[in-house]
Design a protein around this ligand. Structure first.
Ligand SMILES: Nc1nc2c(ncn2[C@@H]2O[C@H](COP(=O)(O)OP(=O)(O)OP(=O)(O)O)[C@@H](O)[C@H]2O)c(=O)[nH]1
Length: 482
């Protein structure tokens, strides 16, 4: 497998592994957040809001019950409702004492609606605004909670506790009670909205939003005009017992989760919603960081692998093309570079010279010093040749005790000069081996490549020249003339 293919495979394996694990963990976290919101977070918020509302309503119920059983109030009605001042002062007093928004009394006998400032009006059976009174009059329960507009306070939306008043014999006398502004509920909604980043709003059975802390679900908007919510509202209404539940819908391409609960005291539905996208923004950020880390890790692994492979390959190439004894390039290295030399030579229309060098009587050196001694002499010989050639010349170990020198841009005359220089250097050098001084000679054959001449013939000529030098008595240079 090529290095590039291997690196591509590593990238593919790492990227697939990293992306798969990141995506799987993202989806698992998202699912668990989704389930947590649907199963516990939203129902819990809804429970909390509901219990806060109930808590807020207990005090006014208690005040209303106290008023309904008050002997002064009942006696005043039974005594013919004389001196309106007295009852309005009473109502005013209760209002300031207990911090109620409004206090009222409706007498069944006179139909008068009393409040802190006197008589507000008279209730009438056909009046839409007075429907509540006739409902209270007929009801079995001692009180009801009703959300309505308060006429005494410019039709402000008010939560009324309507308590039945009876005389000492249990005969119905009228209705009494207090009203609370919906401000406290509104504050509660805003508090939840800000603290838990949830949409909190109340919807009446007609689908109109009555109280809201959410900008998207403003007061007065209708559920039926909201594409995702309309269906949910229908489902809630269709459910038996008005129990509500958890739902989800798409809104402006984001997934919305909502919990709906019926608040019997208000006859409204409490909606607590959450944008799933917003709730999962942290894990989405974590996914992006994960993917970025994966990218960085993949890049590091790939770079390290590339560098390691490159070094290993270079080392292998060097090992394959270097002679281990002399550290000179070997014949394989010659095969690689010679084509480059030949091409360059042809392009430059220059001359390429070859020198084949063979150590004289090397067998006898081996015999005398042993094989290791022979190796030592060969290593030394390589150094001497290298020391007497230019950096641009190519020197390699050609075979056993044979060396080849290739010189670019070199004519026969210069090749002969160099060969002679090397021969002389070898002749005058004494190699020390374990205290024994060894002198050597070498025979060299020179051949210069003719224009267009192939490699084999010129090498053969250099070889023949070297043999000629041997034949002529060794320790000399011979040239093969083309
Ligand atoms: N120590 C050592 N000996 C080698 C190596 N390679 C070849 N030889 C020996 O070099 C010797 C070459 O001997 P011959 O080819 O007979 O030639 P020669 O003794 O040099 O005689 P002429 O070339 O005729 O001057 C052989 O005995 C080889 O075994 C090597 O790497 N190390």
């Amino acid at each position: 497998m090529s290095r590039h293919k291997l690196i591509f495979l590593i990238i593919a394996i790492l990227a697939t592994g990293f992306i798969a694990t990141s995506l799987v963990s993202y989806h698992v976290s998202r699912l668990s957040i989704h389930n947590a919101i649907v199963d516990s977070t939203l129902p819990l918020s809804s429970d909390n809001i509901y219990s806060e509302i109930q808590k807020d309503l207990i005090r006014p119920i208690f005040i209303s019950s106290m008023m309904a059983s008050d002997t002064f109030l009942r006696d005043w009605v039974l005594d013919g409702e004389a001196e309106v001042d007295k009852i309005s002062r009473y109502l005013q007093e209760v209002q300031t004492q207990y911090g109620a928004f409004v206090t009222f009394l409706v007498s069944d006998r006179t139909s008068n609606y009393y409040y802190g400032k006197g008589i507000l009006k008279q209730v009438k059976p056909g009046e839409e605004r007075d429907v509540w009174y006739y409902r209270v009059r007929e009801m079995q329960n001692p009180y009801e909670i009703n959300v309505d507009k308060d006429m005494a306070h410019a039709d402000a939306l008010t939560i009324f506790i309507n308590y039945r008043v009876q005389d000492y014999a249990g005969q119905y006398l009228g209705a009494v009670g207090v009203g609370l502004t919906v401000d406290s509920v509104q504050k509660l909604i805003s508090h939840y909205q800000e603290r838990f980043k949830r949409d909190v709003y109340f919807v009446d059975p007609d689908g109109v939003i009555r109280l809201s802390g959410s900008k998207q679900h403003a007061v007065g908007h209708s559920m039926h005009k909201k594409p995702g919510l309309a269906g949910i509202f229908q489902q809630v209404l269709a459910k038996e017992g008005n129990h509500g539940g958890s739902f989800q819908y798409e809104d402006a391409e984001t997934q919305q989760l909502v919990n709906v609960r019926y608040i019997p005291e208000l006859h409204w539905y409490l909606f607590v919603g959450q944008d799933e996208q917003e709730a999962t923004s942290d894990i989405r950020q974590a996914l992006h960081i994960n993917l970025l880390l994966c990218l960085v890790i993949t890049a590091i692994v790939v770079t390290l692998t590339h560098v390691a492979l490159r070094r290993y390959q270079d080392k292998l190439e060097k090992m394959a093309t270097t002679d281990t004894l002399t550290s000179l390039p070997n014949r394989r290295a010659f095969d690689v570079v010679i084509n480059v030399f030949l091409n360059e030579n042809e392009r430059a229309r220059s001359t390429l010279a070859f020198i084949v060098l063979d150590v004289d009587h090397f067998k006898s050196i081996n015999d005398r010093l042993g094989h290791l001694g022979g190796d030592h002499v060969l290593t030394q010989m390589a150094r001497t040749i290298k020391a007497n050639t230019r950096a641009a010349d190519f020197v390699c170990r050609w075979g056993g005790e044979e060396f080849l020198i290739v010189m670019k841009d070199c004519d026969e005359h210069n090749a002969m000069l160099l060969a002679e220089k090397i021969r002389s250097a070898i002749e005058h050098e004494l190699v020390d081996y374990k205290g024994t001084q060894i002198s050597m000679t070498a025979s060299l054959g020179v051949a210069v490549a003719r224009a267009g001449e192939k490699l084999e013939p010129v090498l053969e000529r250099a070889d023949q020249a070297m043999y000629a030098a041997k034949m002529a008595g060794r320790n000399q240079v011979s040239v093969s003339r083309a």
